[in-house]
Design a protein around this ligand. Structure first.
Ligand SMILES: Cc1cc2nc3c(=O)[nH]c(=O)nc-3n(C[C@H](O)[C@H](O)[C@H](O)COP(=O)(O)O)c2cc1C
Length: 172
């Protein structure tokens, strides 16, 4: 696990090559195995691989989401706020598990944040994505995880650069 965590970096440049069907199946199984509060599984996902939809998704937040256009696939991670008040946590756990699974498959990924972000004045990023993909009212969009074959290399952070001061022993 530590080896995978050392490898994982946000990758925003991708080769123009589809994911193998087996990779998609592994990603799907991994997100469905994630823990959720009271096992209520408040999440829902849309696996997007159509080039025109990836392009439109990439326009949701300007430069902050532009990398989605070049990805092979994107997982739109949603939570049902009527199912559990932990929908943000449940969805976020699934999102990071998708990223770690992508790393384990030799793929690159990056999180594009959607919840509480703006598309343009008067239109939230959530409204834009929900309208584009026909997402029902009760579902909230937390983020989009872009996944693809990495076209950039990023080294792992040096242990010396990790903020160990953030970890407190027994008391703050
Ligand atoms: C909650 C969350 C929201 C993020 N939102 C974005 C985003 O909208 N666009 C983006 O390019 N990266 C986004 N990122 C990626 C972070 O910028 C990245 O994880 C951070 O800079 C550390 O770099 P690393 O992932 O390579 O270690 C997000 C990451 C998290 C965890």
């Amino acid at each position: 696990m530590l080896d995978l965590l050392r490898k994982r970096r946000s990758i925003r440049k991708f080769h123009d090559r589809p994911l193998a069907e087996e990779q998609v199946e592994i990603l799907e199984e991994s997100i469905l195995r994630t823990p959720s509060a009271r096992n209520l599984r408040s999440w829902e996902f849309i696996m997007v691989d159509k080039r025109d939809l990836l392009q439109k998704l990439s326009e949701v937040r300007g430069s902050s989401s532009a990398f989605i256009a070049g990805a092979s696939a994107a997982i739109v991670v949603m939570g049902n706020e009527k199912t559990a008040d932990t929908w943000v946590e449940d969805a976020s756990i699934a999102a990071i598990i998708a990223q770690m699974t992508a790393t384990s498959l030799g793929l690159g990924s990056c999180w594009a944040h959607i919840r509480n972000r703006e598309h343009k004045p008067g239109i939230t990023a959530e409204e834009y994505v929900k309208d584009l993909l026909g997402i029902p009212e009760q579902l909230r969009v937390v983020c989009i995880i872009a996944i693809g074959h990495p076209a950039e290399e990023k080294g792992s952070l040096a242990v010396e650069d990790l903020p160990y001061r953030k970890i407190h022993r027994n008391r703050f």
